[in-house]
Design a protein around this ligand. Structure first.
Ligand SMILES: Cc1cc2nc3c(=O)[nH]c(=O)nc-3n(C[C@H](O)[C@H](O)[C@H](O)COP(=O)(O)OP(=O)(O)OC[C@H]3O[C@@H](n4cnc5c(N)ncnc54)[C@H](O)[C@@H]3O)c2cc1C
Length: 386
């Protein structure tokens, strides 16, 4: 793809993936037009937890480890520059993360990851006994077998981070416009325009960053974009006393965020595109939370949110040029780690638009890749699929 000018690069979706792409394009002097049918951060990118943990998750360390570490590095860089570039405080923090095991099986699964985690520069990762974990976080109920303590895990306020990327990109000439994309127009398989409901926007390059709705682009690309929504809910609790470190166990987590509230989660629900918080979700979150942190029984529920992770069958993002088309890049499928992976996905999508290639190895993420049943099973059984 050749270098774009003006607004001839269109990005669909103003979530973290789309806004990070616009930001890195702006850094290259390319002023993209972002087309969003709702508003910035209106979906998962505005309502996630905001943990930036590069050392665990589906596909880590192989094949996603290098990109995960690079995205963490980009986050730490952005933490210094983005507030000034955008005027938005992203509330980036480096926190201690306690990953707690309640059974020997969980403990063994966590310990298997330790050698790689401990080999990464810049983090301190240690195995601690149950007593030591409770000493660090006295609100935790007894019964813990042990746990991993990771120092320097990142945390952002996702909505602020998303907004900051957009505003910094806008200051460099990117434009956000409202609209729902319904199709693409090609000439000899080269993108010519993005079609909205009542008009079209001419472009020479387009980036599909539509989160779980990226599947809608399958018809426009003539190939399957196998992304599906995985609903997750979070409760924001008010309780007095000192704040909690970032504690996670099973599918659950709890952490005091800069708003002073304890955010607890989460659920993993196959509920189509339904984004409504539910009583069942609230109960599913609170049951394990109260077992682990009984003092939260006195907390006031201030807010309950729900949003949709864009997940793929093998748990890896879909990132690369759309095969058989000229000028189309796909950047989606951040799954449970889309806030964390957003910067590297945006960096790579921008590379592909501007230079037609990237220095990063994205072979395992290519659109149109074949996913084997073994890869699906590995992704679904990964105990660290947070
Ligand atoms: C409960 C929960 C907690 C999470 N916690 C974390 C966490 O701690 N750390 C982490 O790294 N990740 C976390 N995630 C995952 C993260 O939120 C997502 O992976 C990420 O936000 C996805 O970003 P996105 O930009 O790809 O998609 P989205 O945020 O969904 O953005 C896509 C955008 O595209 C727009 N769009 C769609 N179709 C069209 C169209 N046809 N025309 C125009 N616009 C369109 C949508 O309106 C939307 O705004 C969490 C997710 C959930 C549900």
């Amino acid at each position: 793809m050749s270098r774009g000018t003006g607004s001839d690069v269109v990005i669909i979706g103003a979530g973290v993936a789309g806004c990070a792409t616009a930001y890195y394009l702006a850094k290259e002097g390319v002023k993209a037009t972002i087309i969003e049918r709702d508003s910035v951060g209106a979906h998962a990118s505005g309502f996630a937890l905001g943990a930036i943990n590069p050392l665990g998750g589906v596909g880590i360390p192989e094949p996603l480890g290098p990109l995960s570490l690079e995205s963490y590095r980009l986050h730490t860089e952005l933490a210094k520059t983005l507030p000034q570039e955008s005027g938005v405080d992203t509330e980036f923090q480096l926190r201690n993360a306690l990953m707690v095991a309640y059974s020997q099986e969980e403990a063994q699964a966590m310990q298997a990851h330790l050698p790689w985690q401990q080999a990464q520069d810049g983090f301190r990762v240690e195995w601690e006994s149950g007593e030591e974990i409770v000493a660090m976080e006295p609100h935790l109920a007894p019964g813990i077998v042990g746990g991993v303590v990771m120092r320097r895990v990142g945390m952002v306020s996702p909505y602020r981070f998303n907004l900051a990327l957009l505003q910094a990109a806008e200051r460099h000439g990117a434009v956000l416009r409202h609209g729902r994309v319904v199709g693409f127009r090609y000439q000899n398989n080269r993108i010519q325009a993005v079609q909205l409901e009542r008009e079209e926007v001419p472009c020479h390059a387009v980036v599909v960053a539509m989160g779980p709705w990226s599947a809608d682009a399958s018809a426009w690309l003539g190939m399957d974009i196998p992304v599906t929504p995985l609903k997750g809910q979070i409760l924001h609790l008010r309780i007095g006393g000192p704040g909690l470190s970032y504690i996670s166990w099973g599918h659950s987590y709890a952490v005091t965020k800069p708003d002073g509230l304890v955010w607890v989660g989460t659920t993993e629900e196959r509920a189509g595109y339904d984004e409504s918080p539910s009583a069942a979700g609230r109960q599913a979150i609170m049951e394990p939370v109260l077992k682990a942190l009984p003092y939260l029984a006195d907390a006031e529920v201030v807010r309950q949110t729900a949003c949709l992770r864009p997940v793929t069958a093998d748990g890896l993002p879909i990132l690369g040029k759309a095969p058989g088309k000229e000028g189309v890049v796909v950047a989606t499928g951040g799954g449970r780690k889309g806030i964390h992976l957003g910067p590297v996905m945006g960096r790579i999508a921008a590379d592909l638009v501007v230079h037609g290639k990237t220095k990063f190895d994205i072979a395992a993420l290519s659109p149109g890749r074949t996913v084997t049943p073994a890869q699906i099973a590995a992704s679904e059984s990964d105990p660290f699929r947070f």
